[in-house]
Each structure stands twice: as structure tokens, then as C-alpha cells.
Design a binder for this molecule. Structure first.
Ligand code: FE2
Length: 368
């Protein structure tokens, strides 16, 4: 708890990618102070080893626009006409910063799809359910990728931080019940994980491993085994690679709670470790392997959007939020808190806006 208090206030300056940083200093007092701070703390464990995989083998196949499917996808989320632009809003780790005004603004903006990359609140299920009920009011089709705070309890999180399998298993009580309660509270919003969703005639979304906590170990392994039949990081990678193979078209957009490994091992890398002196890569190895597999199969991963590793980093400064590599746009959406007050006391609300059109993915940071 003392450590958690010590890193309170991970507010962040914000910027548009097309303009310099530091337009406005985050001094949010709008969101519960415990949620983001404890969330940041509970990101928390360094992998015992964080192997970096070899260089990506894929080339950068030119994206094409083809009418490869018709109607709605497996989950009936979104269907647009061939050639029509698809607009997606992505909200990073909420940590309780989401309210009825967000619902009103997002629905009014006319997005085709809204994506939440997890960590709806903090340690209390009641808070998570309250946020889920607000999300349920969205009229726009919505996908939610559960984070490490969504269903696991505080003792499970502590067990993961301490690498204590005994505590992880001892604390693993009714995790399914909490996950089911969150899914029910989300109403029409879809709680996704290890899944494929057709969102446009020429684009599918692949949702990565749910409840990821980063690092080399599989988070909440007993729960993942019961819920998804996945018992190890290698099995999780195989599960994601199988989804890549099931994708029916050439273009994939990947969303996950935590991003892939292989994008840097510095504290300010897009998914780098900022809570240990030795720094390191805290991305997910299974997701990196899935991306490599997509490359081998000639699939074009147009973008990877995730959160978990908050943009403002310990010790000061911010991490990278955008990386382009081999034709893939990697985005970290976890600006925490995502609602803050500007110098005039006006609430500022953050999300990412993606636009898929003519075989091209574009992204920008939006502040309302
Ligand atoms: Fe997280």
C-alpha cells in the first residue's frame, strides 16, 4: 500500500501526434485517485526473464481492399459497405474514468465501433460493475478486452506480483463469477478475448489474451485454464496463431490489454518496464509470436492497439505511444487518468480515433 501511494498521480500531459507535446498539463482530480495509482502499481511484476524474439520475418505486404465477406461477422458487430470508411474509437485503461458524458459524446460522434482495452476500474468489483453499466448504455457496437483488473481480485494480483503460485491458486475463488458479472453488466457490449470479429468487408479484429498482466509468465493461469483451456504462454501463443490462421482476409487489426514484446526494452519503450531499475521489455510474447505468424502467412496486421503500460512512466516523462514497424501501426492507448481538468478547470477526455479506409489505417489522439 505504501508503494502504491508513492506513485499516486500518474497524470499525463497530452498532445496530438501532429503537434508538440505539452500543450496542457494533466492535473486531474476528476477520477478516483486510488484506481490509476493502484493500477499502475499492480501492473507490477518483472519477468524472471524476458527473451526477445528474433527479428520479425514478415515483409510488408501491400494492403488490398477486397470484398472478402458479406454481412456481419461472427459476433455481428459491424458491417460496412465495401470501400466505406470504418471509424473506431479506442479507450485505454479507464481506471474508473468513464461516465455518462462519455457515452453521450461517443454515440454522437458516429463511430462504427468502440473498443475498450481493459482495466475498467481498480480493485473493487463494485466499481468495475458500475463502469460496465455505464458502458452498457452505449448505442454504438462495443468490444471490451478485459484487463488484469477485470475479474481477478486483489490477492490474485498480489500473487502474480510475488510470483506466488500458491497465493494465485488460493485467491482464485469465483473468478468466473466475477467475469460473468462484468459481462452481464456490460449488457450489449461484448466482452472479448481469444476471438476474431469481422468489422468491415476487408478487415477483421483479432482480440488477444484476456486479463494480461504483462511479462513472461501467463497471468492468472488457473483461471485461464478453466475459462479458455490455456495453461502456458506457449499454448496462448498457439491459440492466437490459430486465430490468425482462421482469419478470412488479408487485413487484421489486433486489440489487446497489453501490447506485444519486441518493441523495446527501455522504460520509455511503448510497452517497456518502468518500475524496475533494470528496465526491460514487458510486452506479451504470445502476441508477438502471433504477429510473426501472421507475417509468415502473408496477413497484413494493419495495427495493434493496447494499453496496460500507462503512458506516464515512473521517474518522470512519458513512454512512446506510437510505433510504426513493417507496415504495422502500434498504439498505446493507456493515458491514465483519461479524464483530467485543464488549466481552466474544464474536463478533458481522451481517446484514440482510428479510421480504416482504402486499405489504410489512420490514427489520431482525440481530446474532448
Ligand atoms: Fe492493466
Amino acid at each position: 500500500m505504501i508503494l502504491a501511494i508513492a506513485i499516486v498521480n500518474r497524470g499525463s500531459p497530452f498532445y496530438f501526434w501532429t503537434t508538440p507535446k505539452g500543450l496542457c498539463q494533466n492535473n486531474s482530480s476528476r477520477c478516483p485517485p486510488d484506481a490509476s495509482a493502484l493500477g499502475a502499481f499492480l501492473v507490477g511484476r518483472m519477468p524472471r526473464h524476458a527473451p526477445l524474439l528474433g527479428p520479425c520475418e514478415r515483409g510488408a505486404p501491400a494492403p488490398t481492399v477486397r470484398n472478402i465477406c458479406s454481412g456481419t461477422g461472427p459476433k455481428g458487430l459491424v458491417s460496412t459497405e465495401p470501400g466505406a470508411a470504418l471509424r473506431i474509437a479506442v479507450l485505454g485503461d479507464l481506471h474508473a474514468c468513464f461516465d455518462a458524458e462519455d457515452v453521450r459524446l461517443l454515440d454522437a460522434a458516429g463511430y462504427d465501433l468502440i473498443v475498450f482495452v481493459g482495466d475498467l476500474a481498480g480493485l473493487r468489483l463494485r466499481s468495475t460493475l458500475a463502469i460496465a453499466e455505464v458502458i452498457a448504455a452505449l448505442r454504438t457496437p462495443t468490444l471490451v478486452v478485459p484487463g488484469n483488473h477485470d475479474a481477478p481480485n486483489a490477492m490474485q494480483l498480489l500473487g502474480e506480483i510475488l510470483h506466488s503460485n500458491a497465493l494465485i491458486r488460493l485467491a482464485d475463488r469465483d473468478t468466473e463469477g466475477r467475469a460473468d458479472a462484468i459481462a452481464a453488466a456490460l449488457g450489449p457490449a461484448h466482452l472479448a478475448g481469444y476471438s476474431l470479429h469481422t468489422v468491415a468487408p476487408d478487415l477483421q479484429i483479432l482480440v488477444g489474451r484476456p486479463h494480461s498482466m504483462g511479462g513472461e509468465e501467463l497471468s492468472f493461469a488457473p483461471f485461464l485454464e478453466r475459462r479458455f483451456g490455456v495453461t502456458s504462454m506457449d499454448e496462448s501463443a498457439a491459440r492466437l496463431c490459430a486465430l490468425v490462421e482462421q482469419a478470412v482476409g488479408p487485413n487484421l487489426l489486433v486489440i489487446a490489454h497489453n501490447g506485444p514484446s519486441g518493441l523495446g526494452d527501455r522504460r520509455d519503450s511503448i510497452w517497456g518496464c518502468d518500475f524496475r531499475k533494470e528496465e526491460g521489455d514487458f510486452g506479451d510474447r504470445d502476441l508477438e509470436q502471433a504477429l510473426q505468424h501472421a507475417g509468415r502467412l502473408g496477413k497484413h496486421v494493419v495495427g495493434v492497439v493496447a494499453g496496460h503500460m500507462h503512458v506516464r512512466i515512473r521517474g518522470g516523462g512519458e513512454r512512446q505511444t506510437r510505433v510504426e514497424r513493417d507496415g504495422t501501426l502500434f498504439l498505446n492507448a493507456a493515458r491514465v487518468p483519461r479524464i483530467w481538468n485543464d488549466a481552466d478547470g474544464r474536463a478533458v477526455r481522451h481517446h484514440l480515433a482510428l479510421r480504416w479506409s482504402d486499405g489504410t489505417l489512420m490514427a489520431r489522439e482525440v481530446l474532448w
